[in-house]
Design a protein. Sequence first.
Length: 386
Amino acid sequence: MTVRTFTFTVSAPTVPSWYSVLGHKQWAAPVTNTIQSVLDPLATTTNIGAASGPSGIIRAYTGALCDQSMKTVALMGNGGHDDYWGNEVYSVRLDVANPAWTRLRNATANPKSGAPSLTYPQLADGSPCSDHTGDYCVGANGKWFKCGLGSTNFNGDVKDQYWWSFDPQAATPDYTFLGSSYPVNGAGAINSTVSYDAARHRIVKSMGSVNNGIRFYSADTGALVTTIPYYITESTLTSAVDDTNGILLVFSQYTNTAYWLNLASPGTVQSFPITGTANAPADKTSKVWWHAASNAFITWDGAQGLKKLTPTVVGGAYTGIAWSSVSGGGGVTVPSNMIAALGGGMYSKTSLIKNMGDGTAALVIVPRWSAMPNKDVWVMRLTGAV
Protein backbone atom coordinates (compact mmCIF):
# COMPACT_ATOMS: atom_id res chain seq x y z
CA MET A 1 0.00 0.00 0.00
CA THR A 2 1.30 3.41 -0.91
CA VAL A 3 1.04 6.08 1.75
CA ARG A 4 0.86 9.56 0.41
CA THR A 5 1.71 12.61 2.47
CA PHE A 6 0.09 15.93 1.70
CA THR A 7 1.40 19.28 2.86
CA PHE A 8 -1.03 22.15 3.25
CA THR A 9 0.18 25.72 3.26
CA VAL A 10 -1.97 28.33 4.97
CA SER A 11 -1.52 31.68 3.30
CA ALA A 12 -1.17 34.80 5.38
CA PRO A 13 -4.00 37.34 5.06
CA THR A 14 -3.57 39.61 2.08
CA VAL A 15 -2.75 43.17 3.08
CA PRO A 16 -2.98 45.75 0.28
CA SER A 17 0.26 47.42 -0.73
CA TRP A 18 -1.14 50.95 -0.38
CA TYR A 19 -1.51 50.12 3.31
CA SER A 20 1.59 48.00 4.00
CA VAL A 21 3.94 50.72 2.73
CA LEU A 22 2.68 53.20 5.30
CA GLY A 23 4.76 53.89 8.38
CA HIS A 24 3.47 54.22 11.92
CA LYS A 25 0.93 57.06 12.21
CA GLN A 26 1.08 57.81 8.49
CA TRP A 27 -2.03 58.90 6.63
CA ALA A 28 -3.17 57.74 3.20
CA ALA A 29 -6.14 58.61 1.00
CA PRO A 30 -6.56 55.28 -0.80
CA VAL A 31 -10.22 55.35 -1.85
CA THR A 32 -10.42 55.76 -5.62
CA ASN A 33 -13.75 57.60 -5.72
CA THR A 34 -16.10 59.55 -3.46
CA ILE A 35 -19.65 58.96 -2.31
CA GLN A 36 -20.76 61.58 -4.81
CA SER A 37 -19.57 59.37 -7.68
CA VAL A 38 -21.95 56.55 -6.67
CA LEU A 39 -24.91 58.61 -5.43
CA ASP A 40 -28.37 57.19 -5.78
CA PRO A 41 -30.14 58.53 -8.91
CA LEU A 42 -32.86 60.01 -6.71
CA ALA A 43 -30.41 61.86 -4.47
CA THR A 44 -30.80 65.27 -6.07
CA THR A 45 -34.49 65.02 -6.93
CA THR A 46 -37.49 66.22 -4.96
CA ASN A 47 -38.18 62.59 -4.03
CA ILE A 48 -35.40 62.51 -1.45
CA GLY A 49 -33.19 65.57 -1.97
CA ALA A 50 -34.76 67.55 0.90
CA ALA A 51 -33.60 70.97 2.01
CA SER A 52 -29.86 70.36 2.30
CA GLY A 53 -29.53 67.75 -0.45
CA PRO A 54 -27.28 64.68 -0.37
CA SER A 55 -24.51 66.47 1.55
CA GLY A 56 -26.70 65.60 4.55
CA ILE A 57 -25.40 62.03 4.23
CA ILE A 58 -22.24 63.34 5.87
CA ARG A 59 -23.17 66.65 7.47
CA ALA A 60 -26.50 65.98 9.16
CA TYR A 61 -25.45 64.69 12.60
CA THR A 62 -24.65 61.33 11.03
CA GLY A 63 -22.27 58.49 11.83
CA ALA A 64 -21.02 55.30 10.24
CA LEU A 65 -20.46 51.70 11.19
CA CYS A 66 -17.21 49.74 11.16
CA ASP A 67 -17.31 46.00 10.47
CA GLN A 68 -14.12 44.42 11.81
CA SER A 69 -14.49 41.11 9.95
CA MET A 70 -15.11 42.76 6.59
CA LYS A 71 -12.59 45.60 7.09
CA THR A 72 -15.41 47.86 5.96
CA VAL A 73 -16.89 51.25 6.84
CA ALA A 74 -20.51 51.90 5.84
CA LEU A 75 -23.18 54.63 5.98
CA MET A 76 -26.69 53.30 6.53
CA GLY A 77 -29.69 55.55 5.88
CA ASN A 78 -27.84 58.76 6.77
CA GLY A 79 -29.76 62.03 6.62
CA GLY A 80 -32.80 62.88 8.70
CA HIS A 81 -35.02 65.79 9.61
CA ASP A 82 -35.25 68.18 6.66
CA ASP A 83 -31.65 67.60 5.56
CA TYR A 84 -31.78 64.48 3.39
CA TRP A 85 -34.43 61.77 3.06
CA GLY A 86 -32.58 58.98 1.27
CA ASN A 87 -32.17 55.67 3.12
CA GLU A 88 -29.63 54.11 0.75
CA VAL A 89 -26.53 52.28 2.02
CA TYR A 90 -22.94 53.08 1.00
CA SER A 91 -19.83 51.09 1.96
CA VAL A 92 -16.10 50.96 1.32
CA ARG A 93 -13.95 47.87 1.95
CA LEU A 94 -10.36 48.75 2.81
CA ASP A 95 -8.44 45.45 2.65
CA VAL A 96 -8.34 45.52 -1.16
CA ALA A 97 -5.89 46.94 -3.67
CA ASN A 98 -8.19 49.72 -4.86
CA PRO A 99 -10.78 50.62 -2.23
CA ALA A 100 -13.90 52.30 -3.61
CA TRP A 101 -17.30 53.39 -2.36
CA THR A 102 -20.18 51.23 -3.55
CA ARG A 103 -23.93 51.69 -3.17
CA LEU A 104 -25.26 48.47 -1.64
CA ARG A 105 -28.92 49.49 -1.64
CA ASN A 106 -30.87 52.13 -3.53
CA ALA A 107 -33.02 54.70 -1.77
CA THR A 108 -36.73 54.23 -1.28
CA ALA A 109 -38.65 57.07 -2.95
CA ASN A 110 -40.04 59.10 -0.07
CA PRO A 111 -41.48 62.44 -1.24
CA LYS A 112 -42.43 65.02 1.32
CA SER A 113 -46.15 65.80 1.29
CA GLY A 114 -46.45 68.12 4.26
CA ALA A 115 -46.84 65.28 6.73
CA PRO A 116 -45.27 61.88 7.39
CA SER A 117 -46.40 59.05 5.15
CA LEU A 118 -48.87 56.58 6.66
CA THR A 119 -46.16 53.96 7.08
CA TYR A 120 -43.60 56.34 8.61
CA PRO A 121 -41.01 55.71 10.00
CA GLN A 122 -41.21 52.23 8.45
CA LEU A 123 -41.68 52.98 4.77
CA ALA A 124 -44.00 51.09 2.44
CA ASP A 125 -41.27 48.60 1.47
CA GLY A 126 -40.45 47.87 5.14
CA SER A 127 -37.25 49.93 5.16
CA PRO A 128 -36.44 52.78 7.57
CA CYS A 129 -36.74 56.42 6.69
CA SER A 130 -33.49 58.36 6.97
CA ASP A 131 -32.31 59.79 10.27
CA HIS A 132 -29.50 61.59 12.04
CA THR A 133 -27.68 58.30 12.62
CA GLY A 134 -25.21 59.66 15.20
CA ASP A 135 -23.83 56.58 16.97
CA TYR A 136 -26.90 54.41 16.28
CA CYS A 137 -25.43 52.00 13.68
CA VAL A 138 -23.08 49.09 14.40
CA GLY A 139 -21.24 46.37 12.49
CA ALA A 140 -21.24 42.91 14.06
CA ASN A 141 -18.95 40.64 12.02
CA GLY A 142 -20.84 40.63 8.75
CA LYS A 143 -24.26 41.71 10.00
CA TRP A 144 -25.16 45.36 10.43
CA PHE A 145 -27.74 46.96 12.71
CA LYS A 146 -29.60 50.26 12.75
CA CYS A 147 -30.41 50.52 16.47
CA GLY A 148 -33.14 53.14 16.41
CA LEU A 149 -33.76 56.35 14.49
CA GLY A 150 -32.09 59.44 15.94
CA SER A 151 -34.02 62.26 14.26
CA THR A 152 -36.20 61.15 11.41
CA ASN A 153 -36.78 62.85 8.08
CA PHE A 154 -39.80 65.09 7.60
CA ASN A 155 -40.11 66.28 11.18
CA GLY A 156 -37.14 65.15 13.27
CA ASP A 157 -38.99 62.69 15.52
CA VAL A 158 -37.04 60.35 17.79
CA LYS A 159 -37.88 56.72 17.06
CA ASP A 160 -35.43 54.73 19.18
CA GLN A 161 -37.88 51.85 19.39
CA TYR A 162 -37.60 50.96 15.66
CA TRP A 163 -34.66 48.66 14.75
CA TRP A 164 -33.45 47.09 11.51
CA SER A 165 -30.68 44.71 10.51
CA PHE A 166 -28.90 44.72 7.17
CA ASP A 167 -27.09 41.85 5.47
CA PRO A 168 -24.32 43.28 3.25
CA GLN A 169 -23.37 39.83 1.97
CA ALA A 170 -26.80 38.86 0.63
CA ALA A 171 -27.32 38.55 -3.12
CA THR A 172 -29.53 41.62 -2.86
CA PRO A 173 -28.57 43.44 0.35
CA ASP A 174 -31.54 44.95 2.14
CA TYR A 175 -33.00 45.99 5.48
CA THR A 176 -34.88 43.56 7.73
CA PHE A 177 -37.32 45.14 10.18
CA LEU A 178 -36.71 43.85 13.72
CA GLY A 179 -39.71 45.48 15.38
CA SER A 180 -40.78 48.60 17.22
CA SER A 181 -40.72 47.44 20.84
CA TYR A 182 -37.18 48.56 21.73
CA PRO A 183 -36.82 51.15 24.54
CA VAL A 184 -37.16 54.85 23.81
CA ASN A 185 -34.35 57.21 24.77
CA GLY A 186 -35.88 59.80 27.04
CA ALA A 187 -33.06 62.29 26.43
CA GLY A 188 -34.05 62.77 22.78
CA ALA A 189 -32.32 62.41 19.44
CA ILE A 190 -28.60 61.65 19.03
CA ASN A 191 -28.10 60.70 22.66
CA SER A 192 -27.78 56.91 22.59
CA THR A 193 -24.64 54.99 21.67
CA VAL A 194 -24.03 51.45 20.47
CA SER A 195 -20.95 49.21 20.45
CA TYR A 196 -20.18 45.62 19.50
CA ASP A 197 -18.89 43.19 22.14
CA ALA A 198 -17.10 40.68 19.88
CA ALA A 199 -16.17 38.26 22.68
CA ARG A 200 -19.83 37.67 23.50
CA HIS A 201 -21.23 38.55 20.04
CA ARG A 202 -23.55 41.13 21.51
CA ILE A 203 -24.66 44.65 20.70
CA VAL A 204 -24.56 47.03 23.64
CA LYS A 205 -26.84 50.07 23.55
CA SER A 206 -26.42 52.73 26.25
CA MET A 207 -29.04 55.44 26.65
CA GLY A 208 -29.31 58.68 28.58
CA SER A 209 -32.28 59.36 30.87
CA VAL A 210 -33.61 55.79 30.68
CA ASN A 211 -34.10 53.30 33.51
CA ASN A 212 -32.05 50.16 32.79
CA GLY A 213 -30.09 52.39 30.42
CA ILE A 214 -27.49 49.79 29.35
CA ARG A 215 -28.92 46.88 27.37
CA PHE A 216 -27.39 43.87 25.64
CA TYR A 217 -28.81 42.37 22.45
CA SER A 218 -28.00 39.32 20.35
CA ALA A 219 -25.85 40.22 17.34
CA ASP A 220 -27.61 37.43 15.44
CA THR A 221 -31.24 38.40 15.96
CA GLY A 222 -31.28 41.76 17.72
CA ALA A 223 -33.24 40.17 20.60
CA LEU A 224 -32.76 41.50 24.14
CA VAL A 225 -30.38 39.41 26.26
CA THR A 226 -30.21 41.39 29.51
CA THR A 227 -30.48 44.87 30.97
CA ILE A 228 -28.40 46.76 33.51
CA PRO A 229 -30.36 48.75 36.12
CA TYR A 230 -28.54 52.05 35.83
CA TYR A 231 -29.78 55.56 34.99
CA ILE A 232 -27.27 57.66 33.00
CA THR A 233 -28.12 61.32 33.42
CA GLU A 234 -25.87 62.57 30.59
CA SER A 235 -26.73 62.90 26.90
CA THR A 236 -24.74 62.85 23.64
CA LEU A 237 -23.07 59.64 24.76
CA THR A 238 -20.31 57.67 23.12
CA SER A 239 -19.14 54.16 24.00
CA ALA A 240 -16.48 51.58 23.24
CA VAL A 241 -15.51 48.06 24.30
CA ASP A 242 -12.10 47.52 25.88
CA ASP A 243 -11.35 44.08 24.38
CA THR A 244 -8.23 43.62 26.51
CA ASN A 245 -9.90 43.95 29.91
CA GLY A 246 -13.48 43.09 28.89
CA ILE A 247 -14.89 46.47 29.92
CA LEU A 248 -17.57 48.71 28.44
CA LEU A 249 -16.84 52.44 28.59
CA VAL A 250 -19.65 55.00 28.23
CA PHE A 251 -19.23 58.74 28.61
CA SER A 252 -20.23 62.21 27.48
CA GLN A 253 -17.58 64.78 26.68
CA TYR A 254 -20.05 67.49 27.60
CA THR A 255 -20.04 66.46 31.27
CA ASN A 256 -16.74 64.54 31.41
CA THR A 257 -18.05 61.69 33.49
CA ALA A 258 -16.99 58.14 32.60
CA TYR A 259 -19.06 55.03 33.28
CA TRP A 260 -17.67 51.50 33.06
CA LEU A 261 -18.99 47.97 33.36
CA ASN A 262 -17.36 44.53 33.42
CA LEU A 263 -18.76 42.67 30.39
CA ALA A 264 -17.90 39.15 31.52
CA SER A 265 -19.99 39.47 34.68
CA PRO A 266 -22.09 42.65 34.45
CA GLY A 267 -22.85 43.98 37.88
CA THR A 268 -22.71 47.50 39.22
CA VAL A 269 -21.89 50.38 36.90
CA GLN A 270 -19.00 52.48 38.23
CA SER A 271 -18.42 56.15 37.45
CA PHE A 272 -15.67 58.72 37.95
CA PRO A 273 -14.55 62.03 36.38
CA ILE A 274 -12.40 62.14 33.24
CA THR A 275 -9.19 64.13 33.76
CA GLY A 276 -6.92 65.89 31.28
CA THR A 277 -9.95 67.36 29.53
CA ALA A 278 -7.89 70.21 28.07
CA ASN A 279 -6.52 67.55 25.72
CA ALA A 280 -9.93 66.22 24.66
CA PRO A 281 -10.92 66.47 20.99
CA ALA A 282 -12.63 69.71 19.96
CA ASP A 283 -15.47 67.74 18.35
CA LYS A 284 -17.24 66.40 21.42
CA THR A 285 -19.26 63.89 19.39
CA SER A 286 -16.25 61.88 18.14
CA LYS A 287 -16.46 58.15 18.86
CA VAL A 288 -13.53 56.51 20.65
CA TRP A 289 -12.16 53.02 19.90
CA TRP A 290 -10.07 50.64 21.99
CA HIS A 291 -6.53 50.28 20.63
CA ALA A 292 -4.96 47.26 22.33
CA ALA A 293 -1.36 48.18 21.46
CA SER A 294 -1.78 51.51 23.28
CA ASN A 295 -3.82 50.09 26.17
CA ALA A 296 -6.07 53.08 25.58
CA PHE A 297 -9.05 54.41 23.66
CA ILE A 298 -8.17 56.62 20.70
CA THR A 299 -9.96 59.04 18.41
CA TRP A 300 -9.14 61.62 15.76
CA ASP A 301 -8.45 65.18 16.89
CA GLY A 302 -10.10 66.91 13.92
CA ALA A 303 -6.82 67.87 12.22
CA GLN A 304 -3.55 65.94 11.84
CA GLY A 305 -3.17 64.17 15.18
CA LEU A 306 -4.91 61.84 17.60
CA LYS A 307 -6.36 61.99 21.07
CA LYS A 308 -5.91 59.19 23.58
CA LEU A 309 -8.12 58.32 26.56
CA THR A 310 -6.10 56.09 28.88
CA PRO A 311 -7.69 54.18 31.75
CA THR A 312 -5.87 53.28 34.94
CA VAL A 313 -6.50 49.56 35.41
CA VAL A 314 -6.02 47.86 38.78
CA GLY A 315 -6.96 44.21 39.17
CA GLY A 316 -9.11 44.30 36.04
CA ALA A 317 -11.03 47.36 37.23
CA TYR A 318 -10.90 50.97 36.07
CA THR A 319 -9.90 53.44 38.78
CA GLY A 320 -9.50 56.52 36.60
CA ILE A 321 -9.17 57.74 33.02
CA ALA A 322 -7.44 60.69 31.35
CA TRP A 323 -7.16 62.42 27.97
CA SER A 324 -3.82 63.14 26.31
CA SER A 325 -2.71 64.36 22.89
CA VAL A 326 -0.77 62.32 20.35
CA SER A 327 1.28 64.01 17.65
CA GLY A 328 0.23 63.38 14.09
CA GLY A 329 2.14 61.44 11.44
CA GLY A 330 3.31 61.78 7.87
CA GLY A 331 1.82 60.87 4.55
CA VAL A 332 -0.89 62.96 2.94
CA THR A 333 -2.30 66.07 4.55
CA VAL A 334 -5.68 65.60 6.16
CA PRO A 335 -8.06 68.57 5.97
CA SER A 336 -9.55 70.08 9.07
CA ASN A 337 -12.83 68.56 10.16
CA MET A 338 -15.47 70.28 8.03
CA ILE A 339 -18.24 68.34 9.77
CA ALA A 340 -17.46 69.80 13.19
CA ALA A 341 -17.12 73.26 11.65
CA LEU A 342 -20.66 72.97 10.28
CA GLY A 343 -22.01 71.72 13.60
CA GLY A 344 -22.95 68.20 12.48
CA GLY A 345 -20.34 66.26 14.43
CA MET A 346 -18.23 63.21 13.55
CA TYR A 347 -19.80 60.50 15.75
CA SER A 348 -18.74 57.09 14.35
CA LYS A 349 -17.46 58.60 11.11
CA THR A 350 -14.28 58.20 13.15
CA SER A 351 -13.73 54.42 13.06
CA LEU A 352 -10.96 51.92 13.83
CA ILE A 353 -10.30 48.64 12.02
CA LYS A 354 -8.48 46.86 14.83
CA ASN A 355 -6.58 44.36 12.67
CA MET A 356 -6.01 44.88 8.95
CA GLY A 357 -4.69 41.33 8.62
CA ASP A 358 -1.09 42.01 9.63
CA GLY A 359 -1.71 42.82 13.30
CA THR A 360 -1.79 46.58 12.72
CA ALA A 361 -4.78 48.88 13.18
CA ALA A 362 -6.25 51.39 10.74
CA LEU A 363 -7.94 54.58 11.90
CA VAL A 364 -10.53 55.55 9.28
CA ILE A 365 -12.21 58.93 9.06
CA VAL A 366 -14.90 60.38 6.76
CA PRO A 367 -14.68 64.06 7.72
CA ARG A 368 -16.12 65.94 4.76
CA TRP A 369 -18.51 65.98 1.83
CA SER A 370 -16.25 66.20 -1.18
CA ALA A 371 -16.19 65.48 -4.90
CA MET A 372 -13.21 64.27 -6.91
CA PRO A 373 -10.39 65.19 -7.27
CA ASN A 374 -10.69 65.79 -3.51
CA LYS A 375 -11.24 62.93 -1.08
CA ASP A 376 -13.71 62.00 1.61
CA VAL A 377 -11.88 59.08 3.32
CA TRP A 378 -8.49 59.04 5.08
CA VAL A 379 -6.71 56.10 6.73
CA MET A 380 -3.92 56.17 9.33
CA ARG A 381 -1.84 53.02 9.90
CA LEU A 382 -0.93 52.23 13.51
CA THR A 383 1.85 49.63 13.74
CA GLY A 384 2.19 49.91 17.53
CA ALA A 385 1.33 52.04 20.53
CA VAL A 386 0.57 55.74 20.18
